[in-house]
Design a protein around this ligand. Structure first.
Ligand SMILES: [Zn+2]
Length: 112
């Protein structure tokens, strides 16, 4: 699951930003191509050691949209993505590359 790798990067960046001090809240934006429970489970698992242990994850979802030549225009879900960069149109099954957007964006690291 590529989500775990994304969250591992997130935890690393957030830890570095905290400078080793205990963190109370980590605020992120995440694409709805990532199921929220997967995001939270991965965060809890990966943040268990280090300054992020016990930190609350505040996650704000956003949509990655696809405009397909077949006429489909809408948000992509987890099942419509293959890896991080290939989208499968839910309407016609065409494979395309959606605009590259970071699926997880770190917004804020708040001290405990
Ligand atoms: Zn299509």
């Amino acid at each position: 699951m590529h989500e775990v790798a994304l969250v591992a990067d997130l935890v690393e960046v957030a830890s570095a930003r905290s400078g080793g001090a205990p963190v109370g809240v980590v605020r992120v934006r995440y694409a709805t191509t990532i199921p929220e429970d997967v995001l939270r489970q991965a965060f809890e698992m990966l943040a268990a050691d280090g300054p992020l242990a016990g930190a609350a994850l505040e996650a704000e979802p956003f949509e990655i949209r696809l405009d397909c030549p077949c006429g489909f225009s809408g948000a992509l879900g987890h099942d419509d993505m293959v890896g991080t960069s290939i989208a499968v149109c839910p309407s016609c099954g065409d494979v395309s590359t959606p605009p590259r957007t970071a699926e997880i964006e770190l917004l804020e690291v708040r001290a405990a």
